[in-house]
Design a protein around this ligand. Structure first.
Ligand code: NDP
Length: 330
C-alpha cells in the first residue's frame, strides 16, 4: 500500500511541507498520470462488518444481548428507500435485530414523535435512525432531537454534537459519514495529523461541521469552506487532506488538488451519461476522480468509497450503544 510518511525523527509533529511519500510514490512528480491510490471504502467496510459480526456473536454468547437497530423512514423518496434497505440488510448481516418503520409521506408530526418515544423506551432497540431528508411539513430539528442521546446512533442529538465539539468522544456517538471518512484518512496518514492542512468543503451539520471537529481533534489545521468562500480553488490547493461534501458533480478539479494530498469525496450526485448513443444514469462524486488521481496520493471513488463506510459506521455505533446499555466498555 502506498503511504504517506513524514520526514524527520519519529515521523511526527512536522510541518506539512515535510511530507514525503514512500515506495513507488516517492519519485512521482506532480502531473504524473493517474497514479493515486484508490481508497477502497467498500473493502474496508466489508472487513469492519465481519469484525462487528464477531463482536455481536461474542456479546450474544457472553451477555445474552443482541444489538437492535430501528430505522424510521417517512415518505417515498427513492434514494432514501435504497439507503434504508442497505442499512437493514447490513444490520442483519452483522447479526443485529432490526426493524423498519415506514410512515406515509403525510404522517403527522405527533405520530412520528410518538413512534420515536416508543422506540426510546424499547429495551430491544439500542439505536434509532430517522432517515433524512424528511418531508417538508416535518420539523427536522424537533424530530432528530426527540431521539434519546444514548440511542442516537446518527450522532445528531445536541448532546452528542456537544461532546464531539468539546473533544469528549469517549461515550459520544459521532455522525457516521465523517467518522467513516476519518478512519480512511487515518489509514493513510496515521492518527496524528499534526502539521497537516485539512480543507473541508461544505459546512452541513451532518458532514462538514463534524468532519472539521474530528480533523481538529486529530491535530490537523482545519479550514471549513462553503458557498460564500472566496477563491475556493486556491483554498483547496493548500489542503494535504481534502474532504468534499457539497453535492455538485465533479466540482473539485484536478488542478485544485495539492500534489500528494489525500482526497475524500463524500458527494453523491446522479448524472446522465451517453453510452453508445444510450442515455444512462450513474453516480458521481463532488471530485473529478480521474483528474484528482493525477496529483493526489489517494482518492476515494464514488461509488465504493465513503458510502459503504457510512453504513458500517452506523453498525459500529449501534454495537457501541448496545454495549453501553449493558454497562460494558465500547
Ligand atoms: P448540504 O446541502 O447540507 O451542504 C452542502 C454544503 O456545500 C453547504 O455547506 C454549502 O454551502 C456547500 N456548497 C454548496 N455549493 C457550494 C459551492 N459552489 N462551493 C462551495 N461550497 C458549496 O449537503 P450534505 O452535507 O448533506 O451532503 C453533501 C453531499 O454529500 C451530497 O452530495 C450528499 O448526497 C452527500 N452525502 C453522502 C453521504 C455518504 O454516505 N456518502 C452521506 C451524507 C451526504 P452553504 O452552507 O454556504 O450553503
Amino acid at each position: 500500500m502506498r503511504q504517506f510518511t513524514r520526514a524527520g525523527a519519529g515521523g511526527t509533529m512536522l510541518a506539512a511541507d515535510n511530507i514525503v511519500r514512500t515506495g513507488e510514490d516517492q519519485h512521482k512528480e506532480p502531473g504524473d498520470m493517474a497514479t493515486a491510490q484508490r481508497i477502497d471504502g467498500k473493502a474496508k467496510a466489508a472487513q469492519m462488518s465481519a469484525e462487528i459480526s464477531l463482536q455481536t456473536e461474542a456479546l450474544r454468547k457472553e451477555h445474552g444481548l443482541q444489538p437492535g437497530l430501528a430505522v424510521v423512514i417517512i415518505g417515498e423518496d427513492p434514494a432514501s428507500q435504497v439507503y434504508v434497505r442497505n442499512k437493514k440488510r447490513t444490520a442483519e448481516a452483522c447479526g443485529f435485530y432490526s426493524e423498519q418503520h415506514t410512515l406515509a409521506e403525510d404522517a403527522a408530526e405527533e405520530d412520528v414523535l410518538k413512534l420515536i418515544n416508543d422506540l426510546n423506551t424499547d429495551d430491544a432497540i439500542h439505536g434509532i435512525l430517522v432517515q433524512l431528508p424528511l418531508p417538508d411539513h416535518l420539523d427536522e430539528q424537533k424530530i432528530t432531537q426527540a431521539v434519546v442521546p444514548n440511542k442516537d446512533v446518527d450522532g445528531f442529538h445536541f448532546v452528542n454534537i456537544g461532546k464531539l465539539t468539546s473533544g469528549n468522544t469517549s461515550d459520544a456517538f459521532v455522525p457516521c459519514t465523517p467518522a467513516g471518512c476519518m478512519l480512511m484518512i487515518k489509514d493513510h496518514l496515521g492518527t496524528d495529523l499534526s502539521g497537516l492542512n485539512a480543507v473541508v468543503i461544505g459546512r452541513s451539520n451532518i458532514v462538514g461541521k463534524p468532519m472539521a471537529s474530528l480533523l481538529l481533534q486529530a491535530n490537523a489545521t482545519v479550514t471549513v469552506t462553503h458557498s460564500r468562500t472566496k477563491d475556493l480553488a486556491a483554498v483547496v490547493r493548500e489542503g494535504d487532506i481534502v474532504v468534499a461534501a457539497v453535492g455538485r458533480a465533479n466540482m473539485v478539479k484536478g488542478d485544485w488538488i495539492k500534489p500528494g494530498a489525500v482526497v475524500i469525496d463524500v458527494g453523491i450526485n446522479r448524472v446522465e451519461v451517453t453510452v453508445d448513443g444510450e442515455t444512462k444514469s450513474r453516480l458521481t462524486g463532488d471530485v473529478d476522480y480521474a483528474e484528482a488521481c493525477e496529483s493526489a496520493a489517494a482518492v476515494t471513488p464514488v461509488p465504493g468509497g465513503v458510502g459503504p463506510m457510512t453504513i458500517v459506521m452506523l453498525m459500529a455505533n449501534t454495537l457501541r450503544a448496545a454495549r453501553f446499555a449493558a454497562g460494558l466498555e465500547a
